[in-house]
Design a protein around this ligand. Structure first.
Ligand SMILES: NC(=O)c1ccc[n+]([C@@H]2O[C@H](COP(=O)([O-])OP(=O)(O)OC[C@H]3O[C@@H](n4cnc5c(N)ncnc54)[C@H](O)[C@@H]3O)[C@@H](O)[C@H]2O)c1
Ligand SMILES: O=P(O)(O)OC[C@H](O)CO
Length: 323
């Protein structure tokens, strides 16, 4: 019999993934950090704070006891915001497989997969794609990618999630899949700023296209497969996030451009943290990421959104395919 799948983190995405596991005819153990929150969720069977309107199936159990949640598992889905990933990974048994689902960076601006390995975890995978929790939780059709250097782990995760509502692909390009999800949040913030400034459809399409190019250049320079950026974790997630009414990153960008707070009701907006980390890291390593630079300057309070726009529009004219 298949073992239950621990889903560590009971925000919107963790809750939707636990429901997806149940839909794949597997038992899920949903771990929430706060005992009172876990008790309420176990009783009410609906995550009213982070994913209202989605009922937890009977095959999802809820706990705040991390040790018991992972005790019988081969692997766990790690679904807390990137800022909480180091502490959570440090508390897990070294032999456990970890599937990193956060679309963010480690505190030093590096990759969460590298951090996991530095902590002695050797079975590592990432899960990423155009996957708004609000839709996956409701069983609307979606596709996603699990990438790992360990093909057995990737296939085990695929089997634990695949259902008629969720098509799960595998990939060996862990770096490309991981960083696609990280970068698209920053481009989505820029798209939201464009919405807030009422820049129109041409601007949105141009930003997505040049954003994809910026992502592709960066990923390839770091060693990703050249096609990964055109897959679900790259183009797919960029489109889903830059255009969706569900996206917190897009909505945060729109709020900034309107002079409002980017906060999204206590829900994580990864791009706000990523933009600055990525700008510093990319600049230190000699990469030119103009959209990331503009978003980092705006979210860091140094530039207005209009200055960010000017930074992008007034760059030197050049051939499209050159950089
Ligand atoms: N929401 C989505 O549609 C979606 C889809 C794919 C990926 N993601 C990614 O998944 C990650 C989690 O996002 P989410 O939407 O579930 O977030 P969320 O804002 O809905 O919820 C965050 C959850 O994590 C908990 N949390 C916060 N800090 C923590 C810490 N230090 N340790 C343990 N738990 C902590 C919160 O209490 C809450 O339960 C993010 O990196 C996000 O980019 C989200
Ligand atoms: O709501 P966002 O902007 O964090 O995006 C959620 C997912 O990453 C979309 O795939």
């Amino acid at each position: 019999m298949s073992r239950p799948v621990p889903v560590l983190g009971a925000g919107g995405w963790g809750t939707a993934l636990a429901v997806a596991v149940a839909r794949a005819d597997r038992e899920a153990i949903l771990w929430a950090r706060r005992p009172d929150f876990a008790s309420r969720l176990a009783e009410v069977r609906e995550n009213r704070e982070y994913l209202p309107g989605v009922s937890l199936p009977d095959t999802v159990t809820v706990t705040s006891d991390l040790k018991s949640a992972v005790a019988a598992a081969d692997f766990a889905l790690v679904v807390v915001p990137s800022v909480g990933v180091p502490e959570l990974l440090a508390a897990l048994p070294r032999e456990l497989g970890v599937v990193l689902c956060a679309k963010g960076l480690a505190p030093d601006g590096g990759r969460l997969t590298d951090l996991a390995r530095e902590l002695g975890l050797t079975h590592v995978a990432v899960l990423s794609g155009p996957n708004h929790a609000e839709e996956v939780g409701r069983g609307l059709p979606a596709a996603t990618v699990v990438a790992s250097a360990d093909p057995d782990l990737a296939q085990a995760v695929q089997a634990a999630l695949v259902s008629p509502a969720l098509r799960v692909y595998t990939s060996t390009d862990e770096l490309g899949v991981e960083l696609g999800g990280v970068l698209k949040n920053v481009i989505a913030l820029a798209a939201g700023m464009g919405d807030g400034l009422r820049l129109g459809d041409n601007a949105k399409a141009s930003l997505i296209t040049r954003g994809l190019r910026e992502m592709g250049r960066y990923l390839e320079a770091l060693g990703a497969h050249e096609d990964t950026v055109y897959g679900l974790s790259g183009l797919g997630d960029l489109v889903a996030t830059a255009t969706s009414r569900h996206s917190r990153n897009r909505a945060a960008g729109e709020a900034i451009a309107r002079g409002e707070s980017p906060a999204q009701g206590g829900k994580v907006v990864e791009g706000l943290r990523t933009a600055g980390l990525l700008d510093v890291w990319a600049t230190a390593h000699g990469h030119d990421l103009p959209i990331v630079r503009a978003v980092a300057k705006v979210t860091g309070g140094e530039w207005t959104p209009a200055m960010g726009l000017a930074h992008l529009m007034e760059r030197d004219a050049k051939p499209e395919l050159e950089g």
